[in-house]
Design a protein around this ligand. Sequence first.
Ligand SMILES: [Zn+2]
Length: 343
Amino acid sequence: MAWTDSRFDRQIRFVHLGAAGQERLEAARVLIVGCGALGGSLAMQLVRSGVGQVVLADRDVVELSNLPRQVLFSETDLGRPKSQAAQAALQKIGGPSRIEAHDVHVDADVLLELAPRAQVILDGTDNLATRYLINDYCVSRHVPWIYGGVVGSSGLVLPVLPGVGACLRCLFPAPAQVGSLESCQTSGVILPAVQLVSSLQAGACLRLLAGKAGGSEPEAPRLTMVDAWSTEVRSVSARRDPACPCCGMREFPFLDAPTENAAVALCGRNTVQVRPQSKSQTDLARLAERVRAIASAVRVHSGVLEFQVEEFHLRVFPDGRALIEGTEDPARARAVYDRYVGS
Ligand SMILES: [Zn+2]
């Protein structure tokens, strides 16, 4: 309770938390999948609130166009893995939080590794495949997760409490049907919308973690729509669908499918992520030596090897994963990977 004496005085005075709620926050473990715009704002709120263990997972590196809305990053972080840059920024806040950073692409294997001790999973992702995977995991294991999505000035939030309310697939049975929600690349996005959505997610998360100290029993969660431009806020009840393939029929195809798609295009980024066929550490220094003769702008920065070859810009991570910029064709990217990194 040493921390709670002065640092968290104002939170303890908040009637729905109190000392018991604060202690629960400090004992809690939360996994945040993705630490860009939503994930970074979520992580900042949880660490400032004193959540004991915050686990970050992100596959990307910091880019200039992230800075207007990804609050944990600065110009000095450009090119650095987001999970590491986020961890460094969060550690400066201090307090009781232990922050774990995982520089990984979250697929079923990785989720099964990182999620088991988390009480809540927060959605900071930018893609539907990962959200359906999280939904499968959480419904199958009875773990709450909180969906958040932002585009333009508006966003959606849905806390998924398995056994209490609707899951993602009750509302959107198949990923294709929510395709219209996913157009940050075409419609842009502004920070106030990110902050609104992440704040609703973080508030719902703290309430869940506070448990009984948080007040009433959980009500069936609602789907909330917010707009930071028009200032409109709407919330509708999110009914469970008894015929839902996930929480009704208990089918979990996103979790059960073997990890495949070793090469996936990152939406609207002219970039493909390629993963190695077998899991093993890559000696980046040796690889750098090997490509130096044929590639340009070769450098190792924050543990990531970057180089330019043909019309492609490659970033190779220690786990052998690579982001290949200059194509949206997974097969082409795979070929480039095999040629310069090795399979
Ligand atoms: Zn469902």
